[in-house]
Structure formats: C-alpha cells, structure tokens
Design a protein around this ligand. Structure first.
Ligand code: AMP
Length: 361
C-alpha cells in the first residue's frame, strides 16, 4: 500500500517513520525540494494549483492525506477525484478560516472565545465596543505559531494593531484568562470507530508550543469527558477520518475551543513513546481503513520542542527516559528542528528528567 502525503515537513516524516514497520510505502508532494521528509521517501515538487503535477503524484497511490492544514482545498478536492483523500477536504475548509472554524464549533454547541469578524477599521472599533479588553486580533487565514496576532490591551492600541494587521480578513477575539491550555488528539477510522488520547497540557511562549505534558497532570475525568464530547461532535459532523487535534483554553471546569488541526499535531508527539499506539501510526491506520490501535498512555510523558537550537545529542540521550527526534532541518532562529520526549513511570521521575533536559536547552 502506498500513501501520498501533501506536505513533506517533520509531520510527514514522522508519519513515514511510523508507517514503514507496517510495510507501507510513501510519496510526498511539496512546493520546496529540501523538505525534511524528502530524506526518507520520494518527493514530488510542484505548485498546489498545478493539476498535471497533482495527477502525476496521484498515479501510484492508494490513499492521500496531508500533514498541514493550509493545503489549498481545491488541490485536495481535485485529488479526491483520482484517489481516496482523508481527512475529508471539508475538514480543511472548516479549519482554514478562524471565523468559519469558530462558527462551526458554535453550531455544534462547542464553546469558543467571543469573536467578531473584522474587515475594516470600523469593524475593529465596533468589535472593541462589544468585547472586554484585553482582546486578540488575528488573521483569519494562514496564521500559525502565534504569527499574525496582536494583543490589544487598551483602546489606544487600535492604531498600532490596525497598522500591523489591517488590510486582510481578521478576527477579533476576547482574551480568555485561561488557567491552562490543553489539547485533545482524537482519531476516527473509515468504519467510524473513534479513539481519544488523554488530554495534553500545553505550554506556549511567544505563540509557539514549547512543552506538552501527557496525560495532563491534575485534569479531572469530567474535563476529559467534556473534551471527548466536543471532539465527537466535530468528528461525526465532518464524517472525519484520521487524527484530529483540538486546542482548548481551560478556565475553571469549562473548555473553550481555540482551533483545530485536521492532521497529526505537535502536541501529540509524546505518543510515539508515551502511548500504546502513536498518533502517526493511528492516523495511517485510520486513513487506510485498518483497525485503530489503543490510545492508552504508558506512564507519564513530557515533550519539549527544540526551537532554533541543536543540543548536545549525547547529553540529551544520557538523561533516563529521554528520546531524541531530529528532523533533519537547518537550524534557524524560531524554527522547530526537533523534539525530545521524556517518558517515565512516575510523576516524580518525569519531573527530574524534564528538568535535566530543560537545562540542556
Ligand atoms: P493560536 O494561533 O490561535 O493558537 O494562538 C497562539 C497562542 O496565543 C495560543 O496558544 C494562546 O496562548 C494565545 N491566544 C490566542 N488566542 C487567545 C485568546 N483568545 N485568549 C487568550 N490567549 C490566546
């Protein structure tokens, strides 16, 4: 069986690494020739609007999936005319625009931060009349890792916010004074079976994920149930197939959906060593119509991203329970170039090992 993956970044690379033990073959499609998954499998280079290149790519494939959510929906729909494409392109559509995404959540009864679509400066002023400060102004599309965001702390920030982001479709969101940021990784198979990983606690800095703890320490079974109920509605409505990540703000006993990613997700990397079946393997099982694997966690895990730095590998590997993943990318400031997962049998051991790794970064 040969799986085609749109996007050849580290997520695609880790999908391939999870698929080789299952005897799978891979082909990648990306717009750049030096993408990290190209070191593992054949990489077709082309533009997403080049239908001839997409058709050539689809020729020998049994299924197509994607590793990033900004694949143009047209490209996914075009490919779906040649070969099964999972997750369904409608999931891309729902996730690519923050207003559509939050409207979709609300239609399912999934709470979100209060939001207002903003096209003009007047819309922004209007929105601010109806939203308490602080508030967050974001681009509606193509935002990631906190890029394209501006936090307004007082009315006087309007001009600077507009200068930074005005002139493109925007969304103004009430700032949620969250206790924690958590995410739920869910998987749905072609036959409709669903699995959920335990909620993950996420720590961001500068809008970029730095560390994930799984299972989220101290989160109640009620919160897990709440998250699963919200995710089930999304999976069923979209007739979803594959791994889906939903990021939530947790405030008291309530979760507010911030965004979803119709793909494997950085906050699920811990599952490679920390779960019975990794998110990567389960995504492949799902899109191929194979039985899903157990999502149960094995002990306690912490995943730390390597951002813009290459640590001393030997010192990382000397920490008990540490597993290094290097993506084969050139190191640049602010760029995710790898991650380290620490797995331990007790919370105490995890704490000690995580501190040892942090000290090396
Ligand atoms: P996003 O690109 O929407 O995931 O935002 C990146 C990060 O900015 C989030 O992980 C939060 O830490 C923060 N953030 C974004 N939107 C909000 C909000 N409405 N309230 C509070 N924090 C936010």
């Amino acid at each position: 069986m040969k799986v085609g993956i749109l996007g050849a970044g580290q997520l695609g690379r880790m999908l391939a690494l999870a698929g080789y033990p299952l005897g799978l073959e891979f082909g990648f499609f990306d717009t750049v020739s030096d993408a990290p998954a190209g070191q593992l499998a054949e990489l077709g280079v082309g533009a997403y609007d080049d239908e001839q290149a997409l058709a050539r790519f689809a020729e020998s494939l049994d299924v197509v999936t994607y590793e990033f959510e900004n694949v143009p929906v047209r490209a996914a729909k075009y490919l779906a005319g040649h070969v099964p494409v999972y997750p369904p392109p409608v999931a891309l559509e729902a996730a690519q625009d923050r207003v559509a995404e939050k409207t979709f959540f609300q239609g399912l009864g999934v709470p979100t931060p209060i939001f207002h679509p903003v096209l003009t400066k007047n819309d922004l002023l209007d929105g601010l009349e109806r939203t308490d400060l602080p508030a967050v102004l974001k681009t509606r599309t193509l935002g990631y890792d906190g890029k394209g965001q501006f936090v307004l702390r007082e009315k006087a920030d309007v001009d600077r916010a507009w200068e930074a982001l005005g002139g493109q479709p925007l969304i103004l969101e009430a700032f949620v004074p969250f206790d924690l940021e958590v995410s739920l990784l869910a998987v749905r198979g072609r036959a409709g079976g669903i699995g959920f990983y335990p909620l993950v606690e996420n720590h961001h800095r500068g809008g970029i994920l730095r560390m994930s703890l799984a299972p989220a320490p101290g989160l109640s079974p009620e919160l897990q149930t709440q998250a699963q109920s919200y995710a089930s509605r999304v999976l069923e409505r979209l007739e979803y197939v594959g791994v889906l990540a939903i990021e939530f703000f947790q405030l008291g006993g309530q979760l507010y959906a911030n965004e979803m990613a119709p793909r494997v997700h950085n906050s699920g990397h811990w599952s490679i060593e920390g779960a019975e079946t990794s998110q990567f393997e389960n995504h492949l099982r799902a899109v191929l119509g194979l039985p899903l694997g157990s999502t149960a966690s094995r002990g306690h895990s912490a995943m730390l991203n390597l951002i813009g730095l290459k640590p001393d590998f030997a010192r990382v590997l000397a920490v008990p329970g540490a597993h290094l993943h290097w993506y084969g990318k050139e190191v640049r400031p602010g760029r995710k170039v790898g991650h380290v997962t620490v797995r331990a049998d007790s919370a105490g051991e995890l704490e000690a090992a995580t501190q040892a790794i942090s000290a090396l970064l």
